[in-house]
Design a protein around this ligand. Structure first.
Ligand SMILES: [Fe+2]
Ligand SMILES: [Fe+2]
Length: 471
């Protein structure tokens, strides 16, 4: 089924048949647009950007590319196709038909899950709004905007659920999505990582690699929800999300590659002398972004998470493919605990440890990209390996936040931490240095000195294609 772009709000949810919902969303549309114009990408109003737009939710539905004037991008509501036979696959309702309406007794829990997920989407647009001014190439500028418009669409996805299934309080939550702002003193975004600044492009690539990947795992476990509209919404969001992580992974890889080129060319590790970003400094950015993203999975042992699971609202990543009872009350799972001056792994019921399991899956996935980055370094014959820090490093949430740990996960004193943290995390000075490299390059085919061009362009286009036309 292809999506009709004559509609004011393109959708595949038969919006025409629900006049009340349609009216409510049409009222929210201009509020969304003014939010975008005010807090979306700075100065992009007249840009024609080579963007993909979803034309269907079937495979290949995201391969429609063309130049679009940024504010005219058509944000729509797209759910993956319905499976009539779908069941609740875990928790105490396991085996029941999946819910097409919100189960009354779980209303507030479900709303909370949707609000927390929804809040991250516009937050990242706000965090990234200044980056366009310092793009390293038109290709990168286009990728930034693609990520931004799709995060905007993800907000639409969640707002549709709020408006469509939660009545008046859903509409109020939808308003609040545009009232909270990243980093705002009075009305900040709900999760801390989404109140941090994204001040430079290295941070952006790290964010899309590590923090968008948290999104992948959150969406993945919501895609298992017994509440079918939420599951289907998240299934389609996941397809879009893959591109965001691609932007992150290849972005970091290209910064690494450029550093390696400079190291070989000038026979030195000190690439800053030549306007590069050293492997050591890239590693520090990695340490920072990994640790704040790992926090997003919450407490190791969590009754909330256990309740969401038992209720059938939020599962594990790839729940349906896991071979166990999907109830988890009698299944053990290892979580970290502090005993004396050591981190021990202890057994808890898997049910209370679903957060930690999701974190484990996430960390494993993060490692795969790091391995590929190391291949790049190796291909230059350079003896350096990027590593993920231990999960205990630099934590603000969970039991591990109570201690200080080094990169290897050994507990150290506060004093030791204060002495060493500048070796592990970017210092203000280093951040200033990276920022100082951020000069815009807006000529097709040109690229900033601190990053290598991509191996391939977008949608088969060459690197020197005019991905963005300035009006
Ligand atoms: Fe998103
Ligand atoms: Fe994303």
């Amino acid at each position: 089924m292809s999506i009709d772009y004559q509609e004011k709000i393109p959708n595949n949810v038969n919006l025409d048949e629900d006049r009340k919902l349609k009216r409510a969303l049409e009222k929210w549309l201009p509020e969304y647009q003014s939010w975008w114009n005010e807090l979306g990408p700075v100065g992009s109003q007249n840009f024609d950007v080579y963007l993909r737009t979803a034309v269907s939710v079937e495979p290949g539905g995201l391969t429609n590319f063309g130049h679009v004037k940024m504010p005219d991008y058509r944000w729509g509501i797209f759910l993956s196709p319905q499976d009539e036979n779908r069941k609740v696959n875990f928790g105490e309702h396991k085996g029941d038909a999946a819910w097409q309406e919100v189960p009354g007794e779980y209303r507030s829990e479900l709303r909370r899950l949707i609000v927390v997920q929804g809040d991250t989407e516009p937050a990242s647009v706000e965090q990234q709004r200044h980056l366009g001014l310092t793009c390293p190439s038109l290709y990168d500028l286009r990728n930034l905007f693609q990520v931004n418009v799709e995060e905007g669409r993800h907000l639409w996805a969640m707002v549709y659920l709020l408006h469509g299934f939660f009545g008046r309080d859903g509409r109020e939550e939808a308003e609040d999505m545009l009232a909270r702002h990243s980093g705002d003193q009075d009305k900040p975004r709900l999760l801390e990582a989404f109140n941090e600044k994204t001040p430079d492009w290295l941070s952006f690539f790290m964010f899309t690699y590590f923090t968008d990947r948290d999104g992948k795992y959150q969406l993945g476990s919501l895609a298992e929800s017994g509440f079918d509209p939420l599951a289907r919404t998240c299934q389609f969001m996941l397809i879009e999300e893959a591109h965001h992580m691609f932007v992150g992974e290849t972005g970091v890889q290209r910064v690494i590659k450029r550093a390696c080129e400079m190291m070989i060319e000038h026979k030195t590790d000190d690439v800053a002398r030549f306007g590069g970003i050293s492997l050591e400094l890239i590693q520090k950015y990695l340490n920072f972004h990994f640790s704040v993203s790992v926090d997003l999975f919450g407490q190791e042992v969590s009754t909330n998470a256990a309740n969401y699971y038992t209720m059938g609202l939020k599962g594990r990543f790839m729940e349906s493919r896991i071979d166990d009872d999907h109830i988890l009350a009698d299944v053990p799972y290892k979580v970290p605990e502090i005993k004396g001056n050591k981190i021990h792994m202890v057994d808890k019921t898997a049910l209370t440890a679903v957060n930690e399991r999701l974190r484990d899956d996430y960390i494993e996935d993060c490692q795969r990209g790091v391995d590929r980055w190391n291949k790049t370094i190796k291909s230059f014959g350079i003896d350096f390996e990027m590593t993920l820090p231990h999960r205990a490093f630099h934590r603000s949430i969970g039991v591990l936040s109570e201690i200080c740990a080094n990169l290897e996960g050994e507990i150290i004193s506060q004093e030791e931490w204060d002495k060493r943290c500048d070796d592990w995390l970017p210092t203000d000075e280093e951040r200033e240095y990276v920022k100082s490299l951020m000069e815009p390059v807006t000529e097709a085919g040109k690229i900033a000195n601190w990053i290598a061009p991509p191996d391939k362009g977008i949608n088969g286009q060459p690197f020197n294609f005019d991905y963005v036309r300035f009006g």
